[in-house]
Design a protein around this ligand. Structure first.
Ligand SMILES: [Zn+2]
Length: 329
């Protein structure tokens, strides 16, 4: 939906109740996205789901990120920060393309010589397709913040008896252009990733479901925890999704943002079983294939949930929420 602009007709004096009702209807159809853009919180780029963020928006993101750090301070987590891209070979190994080929983002670059460059410039000049000489690089965009850390940790050899916990934070890419501001193509995810025995993962996840709920409660946001599944691609995808649900591998913390009936997943609690352990051949201290799990905090979605529930003016947010985010002022 584009930004609301009065049409020529509306600029005319309103002489009937029907005309007034129509205008009011159209104003009511303004979306949360329109409001966020008008308030300057999101900066549109012309591509659906790709936005700039304002200082106010970033202040909220940073405050949520600090809260997550505080809640996870006892985890002894190793901090790893990767750019929002990963090694294409690792990405291929991860089997992401089996499940979500439609969401993946690959990085291509010009790999031609002088002649190809001339052709490229000619194509641009003639408004023709210029992508012919763009070839895949060894880099793909990160689909989830935890992906780059598994092969790196696997290379270190067997896990210590207590397992490992890694703290990651990254922009992620998913190719799903949408007008829903909570469904961005590039967004940030903060995660704690746990690697160890099945017991260690299950216990970690149960603990983070409680911690996640407590964190969202301090932000004064309504929420619920639901069993969930990933949007696996294709006809076979439904079977995989059903099995993921049956095994209770994924839970989400949902917060109503634009709609009460369709709340948005803002946090997720995932158990991958031995999927990554098998792929990257990493083992626990006693030689079993390592299991992994992660808790992910959707930074933009949680931020949008705050704006959606407490209003677009952070100065008017409840004092308890402001204090949770920025301390006593
Ligand atoms: Zn993850």
């Amino acid at each position: 939906m584009s930004e609301y602009k009065p049409s020529v007709d509306e600029a005319q004096p309103l002489d009937t109740a029907a005309a007034l009702a129509e205008v009011l209807d159209r104003v009511a159809a303004r979306t949360f996205r329109d409001d966020l853009i008008d308030a300057g919180l999101l900066i549109p780029t012309g591509v659906d789901g790709l936005y700039g963020r304002s200082e106010v928006f970033e202040n909220v993101v940073e405050a949520i990120n600090r809260l997550v750090t505080q809640r996870g301070a006892d985890q002894g987590a190793e901090v790893m920060r990767f750019p929002p891209a990963m090694n294409r070979a690792d990405f291929e190994d991860s089997e992401y393309l089996k499940s979500f080929p439609n969401l993946a983002g690959t990085v291509h670059s010009f790999c031609g010589g002088e002649r190809e460059h001339h052709r490229l410039l000619k194509c641009l000049e003639d408004g023709e397709d210029w992508m012919d000489n763009q070839k895949p690089t060894r880099v793909v965009l990160t689909p989830a913040a935890c992906y780059p850390c598994y092969p790196v940790v696997a290379k270190r050899g067997p896990l210590p008896p207590e397992g490992r916990t890694i703290d990651v934070f990254s922009y992620c890419f998913r190719h799903e252009p949408s007008l829903d501001p909570a469904r961005m193509q590039m967004f940030r995810m903060r995660e704690y990733v746990r690697m160890g025995t099945p017991d260690q993962i299950v216990q970690f996840r149960a603990m983070w479901i409680e911690r996640g709920k407590a964190l969202i409660e301090t932000l004064g946001l309504p929420h619920s925890i639901e069993l969930a599944n990933d949007p696996f691609f294709g006809r076979g995808g439904k079977i995989v999704a059903d099995s993921q649900r049956a095994q209770e591998l994924k839970f989400e913390l949902l917060i109503p943002i634009e709609s009460e009936e369709k709340p948005t997943a803002c946090l997720s609690f995932n158990y991958h079983m031995d999927h990554f352990g098998e792929i990257w051949k990493f083992y626990t201290a006693d030689g079993a294939v390592a299991h992994t799990g992660c808790v992910g905090f959707g930074m933009e979605r949680t931020t949008l949930a705050l704006f959606g529930n407490h209003g677009l003016d952070v100065e008017n947010w409840p004092a308890s929420v402001r204090e949770a985010l920025w301390g006593k002022q």
